[in-house]
Write a protein that binds this ligand. Structure first.
Ligand code: GLC
Length: 548
């Protein structure tokens, strides 16, 4: 068994403001989340990733932080946060929080001071230019919503750099005080008891921006420093990073190349995310096989985090134009479903036409691939989206707890809700909610509980080698396996609509009493693996052997 908790974790990602509102003001809060911990424990998640919890003007859903040492008063107090950590811990659930230190809000006291005077102690905490940088219309992360990466500040009479929106000025990583402050922020929250951080926008944090240079150097050493500092303060704390870069550049985020994983422990696998979606769109496992083959080898302790949906758009920018067109055609054909010319702003259930078989297939596949699975709130009940909301808000609607008004999320007047609940259609809260699914053994929620329990009995999946089984099999079928000292698991996922039968007798002699531990329906005993039927869009998780 692995002694690294994150390798066998099931991570559940949520936004406090849309999860559960305890005081009826229309905004979710920490006591509301505490009240739902039993639900999360039953689901089987072992780690919560909380989207930003800090005070914020809220112009980028909290990713514009105005105070790193507090919680947003709408969510409660630091006392409530400490209580959350305690109550979650009682249930064996760890909590990691978003660390958003590439930039601050323009309302952060540091930036207000920095812009107010050249003598401000914070002036050099941000990135300035005296003249309009030639590359100021390049490198925007949010095309269509963001016109430039350098904006003129009338107070400072200087241009300031912002990789994201203009209200998110970038911190200057070259400044040792900034680096020290970031470490202090990590130390503060680990001292309170968080288990680690989801580090936002890492490639941009370490960028040593120069006006006019679109590809500035990156300070990877800072990641080493940050890791050392964190591990000294809390030995099992983890860094889970967002670094959506080309595969060839990923290795440097895990370690310095000297063989040890001395930087980030876990990276989201954005490439695999796009390939998974492409494979589902084409009903063809080839992209996943490529994805498994093309990812760099990880240093010891390095780990991938897999996901199908997160709080952002599905980013298809690393696919070829042809691949992207296929995904758009299948899952996001209307312009209103697309975002930033590269992504899809829908939840998975609507993308898959609310087809239960496809939903199980997709999530069984994600959870069986190598790495730590991350699940976005509401996906476990098959929530839908609201394309009438702007940008990424479409997938950030309140959690649907029951058929009570406001989906049981809040008792506030609907006008006061942080965002409207999904009310009508197939995904309206009267159709899709936790209460309806909780006691129904055939619901998607019950399936997720079973699937996660099965996963947790199969430590090979998170910690072992995950390989494509390269034997001749029918079109549409993906066969992969996970092996480590605890045993071996075999997975068959049929991405195609037609039933197939696979002959895997080539590995039959490795099996000791193989049996299905999770499947879309009852199948005959796997026997010698010579004759393995799988229904259209079906899947089978077969335990090959188990070591004591
Ligand atoms: C990350 C977050 C995204 C946010 C951005 C700016 O990409 O995932 O939601 O808008 O950083 O902080």
């Amino acid at each position: 068994m692995s002694d690294r908790w994150y390798q066998q974790a099931v991570v559940y990602c949520l936004d406090i403001d849309t999860f559960a509102d305890s005081n009826g003001d229309g905004c979710g809060d920490l006591p509301g989340l505490i009240g739902r911990l039993d639900y999360l424990a039953r689901l089987g998640v072992t780690c919560l990733w909380l989207n930003p919890i800090h005070p914020s003007p809220g112009r980028d859903d909290g990713y514009d932080v105005a105070d790193f040492y507090n919680v947003d008063p709408r969510f409660g107090t630091l006392g409530d946060f400490a209580e959350l950590l305690h109550q979650a811990g009682n249930r064996g659930i760890k909590v990691i929080i978003d660390l958003v230190v590439n930039h601050t809000s323009d309302q952060h006291p540091w930036f207000r001071s920095a812009r107010s005077s050249p003598d401000s102690p914070y002036r050099d905490w941000y990135v300035w230019s005296e003249t309009a940088p030639a590359d100021r219309h390049q490198g925007m992360v949010f095309p269509g919503e963001q016109a430039e990466t350098w904006s003129y500040d009338r107070t400072a009479k200087l241009w300031y750099y912002h990789r994201f929106y203009e209200f998110q000025p970038d911190l200057n990583i070259r400044n040792p005080e900034v680096r020290a402050e970031i470490k202090k922020i990590c130390a503060f929250w680990t001292q309170l008891g968080v288990a680690g951080f989801r580090v936002d926008a890492v490639p941009f944090i370490i960028e040593e921006t120069d006006p006019g240079n679109p590809d500035p150097p990156k300070n990877f050493d800072f990641l080493t420093e940050l890791r050392q500092h964190l591990q000294w303060r809390k030995s099992d704390a983890v860094l889970l990073a967002e670094a959506n870069v080309e595969p060839a550049r990923l290795a440097g985020y895990f370690g310095d190349g000297g063989g040890s994983g001395n930087r980030i422990h876990m990276l989201f696998d954005f490439m695999l995310n796009a390939k998974l979606v492409l494979a589902l769109a084409r009903e063809d496992p080839e992209p996943i096989i490529d994805g498994l083959r093309d990812t760099p080898e990880l240093p010891p302790g390095g780990q991938w985090a897999t996901f199908l949906r997160n709080h952002d758009e599905i980013d298809l920018s690393r696919l070829t134009a042809e691949q992207r067109a296929d995904v758009f055609a299948r899952f996001g054909p209307e312009p209103e479903m697309q975002l930033y010319d590269r992504g899809i702003r829908r939840r998975l259930a609507p993308m898959l036409g609310n087809d239960r078989r496809l939903l199980e297939l997709a999530y069984a596949l994600q959870f069986s691939l190598r790495g730590t699975p991350v699940l976005r709130y509401g996906e476990e009940i098959g929530m839908g989206d609201d394309l009438a909301l702007k940008g990424r808000d479409s997938i950030r609607t309140p959690m649907q707890w029951s058929a009570l008004p406001n989906a049981g999320f809040s008792t506030a007047d609907p006008e006061l809700l942080i965002r409207p609940v999904v009310e009508s259609g197939d995904f309206g809260y009267e159709q899709v909610n936790v209460t309806l699914q909780r006691q129904d053994p055939s619901s998607l929620l019950s399936w997720f509980e079973r699937m996660i329990r099965t996963l947790r009995e199969a430590p090979e999946i998170g910690t072992g080698a995950c390989t494509h089984v390269d034997l001749p099999v029918p079109r549409g079928l993906l066969v992969h396996r996970a092996d480590n000292g605890t045993g071996s698991m075999l997975f068959l996922h049929n991405l195609g609509p037609d039933a197939v039968t696979a002959d895997l007798s080539g590995i039959g002699d490795e099996a000791e009493l193989p049996n299905d531990v999770l499947a879309d329906s009852e199948y005959p005993d796997p026997g010698e693996l010579a004759d393995l039927p799988v229904s259209g869009h079906g899947y089978r998780w077969i335990r090959l052997r188990r070591r004591p």
